[in-house]
Design a protein around this ligand. Structure first.
Ligand SMILES: C[S@@+](CC[C@H](N)C(=O)[O-])C[C@H]1O[C@@H](n2cnc3c(N)ncnc32)[C@H](O)[C@@H]1O
Length: 267
């Protein structure tokens, strides 16, 4: 009997499928980033006339914030990204902008030594730290805000992708994902931020992830591996079939939700 293996190198099908990394395959078939960019641009437009200092924590290659900037703005942006390769691309992406700088550090190191405050902090899809450290992380982010500064916290919601992950991860690796395991969502951060002194607003972004059954089955598998973090070939055949049936029953499309929490600090 095969034993499901958590993916370490991740997604052997991606090599075969093409040269895209799993996240890029996800971006290709999900409308999430497009929806999110439009929403973030609307939110940032509220601030565009002010001389605001923005910190983008875990910015990746910077493209999410760069594409979300309102056309006319007076922002001064600091991108924080610890991953070497992403940082290299980030530096290239911002080289033409005099109002942008990039720091190649973890948030933890930056927080320990930084003396500056920011008007806006963007913390979008940061999944590197454990959930039991949310309170500490959120307080550290808030401590870097100016007195009436704004934290924009973006995290996955409770959607069909969550249901898919929960169902099959609990089935395949119950020791790690027991029945009462809850995939991450914006709810935890929302609860903590509501207890802080400030004003909290929640916006939900709806999008869709389409599985490319017709065009590219290898990429369907890469998407499944991306979400389950389990090697496809290690999954017993009957469960592989159940996974594919689940997706087919949904017409090959899973609905996605993203929560945008806008926390305005008040003393
Ligand atoms: C899922 S990506 C999100 C990228 C971008 N914020 C977005 O929403 O498109 C998470 C990012 O956090 C970065 N990251 C990982 N550990 C970090 C840390 N300790 N401090 C700051 N950023 C970190 C990763 O390198 C990655 O670029």
């Amino acid at each position: 009997m095969k034993k499901p293996q958590l993916s370490t190198l991740n997604h052997q099908y991606t090599q075969k499928a093409n040269t895209l990394i799993p996240y890029e395959i996800y971006l290709k078939y999900s409308t999430q980033k497009d929806t999110s960019t439009i929403q973030l641009q609307k939110i940032l437009s509220r601030f565009k006339n002010n001389q605001n200092r923005i910190l983008d924590v875990g910015s990746g290659d910077g493209s999410y914030l760069l594409q979300s900037l309102p056309e006319e703005n007076n922002f001064e942006i600091t991108f924080l990204e610890p991953a070497k390769d992403l940082f290299k691309t980030l530096k290239t992406n911002i080289q033409q902008y005099s109002n942008c700088k990039a720091i190649n550090e973890t948030f933890e190191d930056f927080h320990a030594e930084n003396k500056n405050k920011f008007d806006i902090i963007l913390a979008s899809h940061l999944y590197h730290f454990p959930e039991d450290e949310y309170s500490i992380f959120l307080s550290q982010l808030i401590s870097l805000l100016e007195d009436s500064g704004t934290l924009i916290w973006i995290e996955r919601g409770i959607d069909e992708v969550t249901d898919f992950k929960k169902r099959f991860k609990s089935m395949l690796v119950p020791s790690r994902y027991p029945e009462d395991w809850k995939p991450r969502s914006y709810n935890k951060a929302l609860g903590i931020l509501k207890e802080q002194s400030g004003n909290t607003e929640l916006i939900l972004n709806e999008s869709e992830l389409r599985f490319p059954y017709e065009e590219n089955f290898d990429e369907v598998i890469a998407l499944v591996e991306f979400y389950l973090n389990i090697d496809w070939i290690s999954i017993p055949i009957d469960i592989q079939n159940e996974i594919l049936e689940y997706i087919e029953d949904k017409g090959g499309v899973l609905k996605e939700e993203e929560g945008v929490i806008i926390f305005k600090k008040e003393l």
